[in-house]
Write a protein that binds this ligand. Structure first.
Ligand code: UGA
Length: 434
């Protein structure tokens, strides 16, 4: 099939590349000339495991092409994916400027039947709005469907190629049939393509992300309470998670969730509730608790250093909002750094992928090191913000030799309490005995 993807951000690029992988002819469109030129040369603009291999293969096979011309993209594709940014507006709602702007141009440019697919996370009612905007100028038939994305950063290629489900919001049989044909190769395992109306599909995405954010947040509150009563959240987590109604996944407590999705989507759903005079109380609590949770290590640090961290140097392991990505959007590490700096402390950091992004954002406010051990030299304490695998089995002797004090503040509960005690560290984590 002939596919066009408008917007080559994270979702657009993964979608385009993976659709090319199943034999479709894909053109990706972006207004960023540099990005398009680089991609034509084979440069993948983001770090995402396995994407580079698929990217190169499909460019070489001439199934994956790039252009800055929206007209070229629209002439090519039978199915047009909109994978455009929906940034957070000042009031927390999703800004539809880019989606509706492109919809307006689509109306003017299409010359034969197209299925327009909303792939971006957009508020309920957006497919209807996109339809209205295109209708203003369109002289040919078209359909708008909602097809929300459930990719996780770091696993995006796998999630796209082997999705647990595909959700399609469509009220047109013609569009539904085409979408079904496109996705068939990805659900050979028997996982479902779930067809529903556009509004329900749009809400499915927000509800899923908000539920997961609430699940993590609930566990973070349980962890905080464990500390009060002397229980161990790791044991509670396993005890709870083995109930299949609860499930083992997404129960890991820590210093809060981050990223480009959960924070934005929880706020947007909360705000759309308000717009309809519906008060999503649970989401308000999630937002509040998560903001505080990002600094959950701070009282422990203050208590260890008797509220005197001015002039002390903290070595930070992990800057990305989670492992296997260089994405630092809403990363708990950034809140941590800002708070340490505001209290007069110094910060040296190491992250396997995200240091360039933090350097761009923070300039010379903090120092960086070339390795997880270099960063420890002469630091007063180690603070762990992201659970990269490389941090899970470190050489504790080296850590002890390099740090001034044998103390670790772990925001991701990486180490077994007995092991770390044997290694002779003072160890502070989340929801377990300090
Ligand atoms: C999330 C969803 O998981 C995807 O299904 C969705 O498609 C995507 O948002 C999106 O809307 O585009 P992502 O933001 O890549 O994906 O990251 P997750 O792996 O879901 O992690 C989100 C945050 O929750 C991270 O900060 C992570 O550290 C935190 N987390 C996750 C926990 O604190 N505890 C857990 O048990 C799991």
């Amino acid at each position: 099939m002939k596919i066009s993807v408008i917007g080559t951000g994270y979702v657009g690029l993964v979608t385009g590349t993976c659709l090319a992988e199943t034999g479709n002819e894909v053109i990706c469109v972006d207004i960023d000339v540099n990005k398009i030129e680089n991609m034509r040369k084979g440069v993948v603009p983001i770090y995402e495991p396995h994407l580079d291999v698929l990217f190169e293969r499909n460019i070489n096979a001439k199934r994956l092409k790039f252009t800055t011309s929206l007209k070229e993209g629209l002439d090519h594709g039978d199915i047009i994916f909109l994978a455009l940014p929906t940034p957070e507006d000042e009031d927390g709602s999703a800004d539809l400027r880019y989606v509706l702007g492109v919809a307006d141009e689509i109306g003017q440019l299409i010359t034969d039947y197209k299925v327009i697919v909303d792939k971006s996370t957009v508020p309920v009612g957006t497919a209807e709005k996109v339809h209205e905007v295109i209708s203003k100028n369109a002289k040919v038939d078209f359909d708008v469907v909602s097809n929300p994305e459930f990719l996780r950063e770091g696993f995006a290629v796998d999630d796209f190629l082997k999705p647990e489900r595909i959700v399609i919001g469509s009220s047109s049989d013609r569009a539904t049939e085409l979408m079904g044909k496109l996705y068939k190769p990805f659900v050979r395992s028997g996982n479902p393509i779930i067809i529903m109306d556009e509004k329900s599909a749009e809400l499915t995405k927000y509800a899923a992300n908000s539920f997961l954010a609430a699940k993590i947040t609930f566990m973070n509150e349980v962890a905080n309470y464990c500390e009060k009563v002397g229980a161990d959240v790791d044991k509670v987590r396993i005890g709870m998670g083995t109930d299949s109604r609860i499930g083992k996944r997404f129960l890991f407590p820590g210093i809060g969730y981050g990223g480009s999705c959960f924070p934005k989507d929880v706020k947007a759903l909360h705000k759309s509730g308000k717009d309809e005079d519906y008060d999503f109380k649970i989401l308000e609590a999630v937002l509040k608790v998560n903001k505080k949770q990002k600094l959950a290590l701070l009282p422990k640090i203050n208590s260890y250093f008797e509220s005197n961290i001015k002039g002390k140097t903290f070595a930070l392991w992990g800057l990305a909002f989670k492992p296997e990505t260089d994405d630092i959007r809403e990363a708990p590490a950034l809140d941590m750094i800002n708070e340490l700096l505001a209290n007069g402390a110094k910060v040296k950091a190491f992250d396997p992928e995200a240091m360039d992004n933090v350097a761009r954002k923070m300039g010379d406010k903090i120092e960086f090191a070339n390795s997880m051990y270099d960063v420890l030299e002469g630091a007063d304490a180690l603070v762990i913000c992201t659970e990269w695998s490389i941090f899970r089995t470190p050489n504790f002797n080296t850590i002890r030799e390099l740090l001034k004090n044998s103390v670790i503040f772990d925001g991701r509960n990486l180490y077994d309490l007995h092991d770390i005690e044997k290694e002779g560290f003072s160890y502070y984590s989340i929801g377990r005995k300090d």
